[in-house]
Design a protein around this ligand. Structure first.
Ligand SMILES: [Zn+2]
Length: 244
């Protein structure tokens, strides 16, 4: 028996999202913070953005790599699921399950399972079911069976009270820069507006959301998450977030 060589693709945390720039908007600060703590992070975008009104899929690929660099992400990949048509099919579940096996994340970040955009909530269910499949020993799709230990949901796109917030006060500016890396999306607004008002407006919105979730947890900027499980506490005197 020879020892299995270490997996060069192995990640500690993988974020799965429907579209390039979703992660930047919902959990980019958290990914950067985790990378700064020494964890290996990755992003799997299900689609390539070919339906976007502004820019091509090639533009978005380049921008996604720029954004990944800003967030210190170790690995980023886009699947070929059609943009605007993310469907929870067997084929798509297998594609995601294969990535989960190849990257063996301990933590998986999925979009929240309700929302306005069908691609977002479908990506959530698709991601969860892919985790289940990825652990089935008899499913032969290459790589060893693996399931993430923890699945958490990024809730920023939906108005729901999060179960916890990650303090991204120190990462906020870089997270905003990673969103601005999508130049074709955010700097080319309709004529007459120009780049600066558009940027200022986006900045105000992004900041308001981060401030709001930060405020809930008693910090300046935060990103909201939901976990289905209960929290587990060892020492009552160390529970964060002030009550009164
Ligand atoms: Zn999206």
């Amino acid at each position: 028996m020879s020892a299995t060589p270490p997996n060069p693709l192995a990640l500690d945390i993988l974020a799965v999202a429907a579209h390039r720039d979703d992660v930047e908007q919902t959990c980019g600060g958290t990914l950067l913070k985790m990378a700064q703590m020494g964890h290996r992070t990755g992003i799997l975008d299900l689609t390539k953005g070919e339906m976007g009104t502004r820019g091509s899929a090639e533009d978005r690929a380049r921008e996604a790599l720029d954004a990944a660099k800003i967030l210190c992400v170790s690995w980023r990949h886009a699947l070929d699921v059609p943009d605007g048509r993310v469907e929870n099919t067997w084929e798509n579940r297998l594609k995601v399950a294969r990535v989960i096996r190849e990257t063996t994340p301990r933590v998986l970040i999925l979009p929240y399972w309700k929302g306005r955009h069908p691609d977002h909530y479908t990506a959530s269910i698709l991601g969860y079911e892919a985790c289940f499949l990825a652990g089935l020993k008899k499913l032969e799709i290459g790589a060893e069976p693996h399931r993430p230990f923890k699945i958490i949901y990024a809730t920023l796109y939906y108005d729901i009270r999060p179960t916890f917030v990650v303090d991204i006060t120190d990462q906020f500016e870089a997270r905003f820069d990673s969103l601005m890396a999508y130049k074709t999306q955010f700097s080319d607004q309709e004529a007459g507006k120009g780049i600066f008002p558009a940027r200022a407006e986006i900045r105000a919105r992004v900041e308001a959301m981060a401030r709001y979730y930060g405020m809930l947890a008693g910090v300046t900027y935060g990103e909201p998450f939901l976990q289905k499980e209960v929290g587990l506490v060892e020492d009552l005197t160390l529970i964060p977030v002030k009550s009164i």
